[in-house]
Ligand binder design. Structure first.
Ligand code: GTP
Ligand code: MG
Length: 201
């Protein structure tokens, strides 16, 4: 798929205030600083489309981007961001969880995982929740450029082994680097295939 146009549409504080669910939608989630906003910029090839920061907790609202006037990409706040107040954290959590539970046009959730780390309980717990809610998700490993190939492979294998301890089968897995544009074609063709199945009511 070729991205001819990508633009920021709106930020919402509440799932009920998001754009009308009339187009296929894909959302990016994961721990703070994992690279969600950077991945959106990489896919769209626009550097500052989604705001990024080296400080965790940059994205705090539900941000809709419209691509080729035909589908939405959504940048969500990260989970596990400790430096905000507990009340704030719970509010963001509730906003995101409500969005995930309600959004009828959300065709697939992309759960981003830093390729440098071993499996983290917060991510596994989040996947369990998505499984309970029957929301389709894939895993996207990020920052692949920051690990040597051998370490990357070993991390991926460890992750798969850990997942198979509690899941019957593995989800679709992508390996990406926003620095090197790795994984871009694969992600876009995955999205394009799902877009083709979308039937507006
Ligand atoms: P929050 O919105 O705070 O939850 O973070 P986020 O998940 O949106 O992360 P963001 O895209 O802002 O990136 C966090 C930091 O990681 C920034 O300094 C990025 O430049 C860096 N980063 C993101 N992706 C990559 C990558 O693929 N490779 C490298 N080397 N750095 C990356
Ligand atoms: Mg962000």
């Amino acid at each position: 798929m070729v991205i001819k146009e990508a633009r920021f549409l709106m930020s919402s504080q509440d799932a009920d205030k998001c754009p009308k669910p009339t187009l296929p939608e894909y959302a990016f989630i994961g721990r703070s600083n994992v690279g969600k906003s950077s991945l959106i910029n990489m896919l769209c090839r626009i550097n500052k489309l989604a705001k990024t920061s080296s400080t965790p907790g940059k994205t705090q609202l539900i941000n809709h981007f419209i691509i080729n006037n035909s589908w939405y990409l959504v940048d969500l706040p990260g989970y596990g961001y400790a430096r905000t107040s507990k009340v704030n954290r719970e509010e963001f959590g509730m906003m995101t969880m409500k969005y995930l539970a309600q959004r009828e046009n959300l065709l697939c959730l992309f759960i981003l995982i830093d390729a440098r780390h071993s499996p983290q309980e917060s991510d596994l717990k989040f996947m369990r929740k998505m499984g309970e809610g029957q929301l389709p998700f894939v895993i996207v490993f990020t920052k692949a450029d920051k690990v040597k190939p051998a370490a990357l492979n070993s991390n991926l294998e460890k992750y798969k082994t850990r997942l198979l301890e509690e899941w019957e089968s593995l989800p679709t897995i992508f390996v990406t680097s926003s620095e090197k544009e790795e994984g871009r074609d694969e992600l876009l063709s995955f999205i394009s295939d799902i877009n083709d199945t979308w039937q507006p009511e």
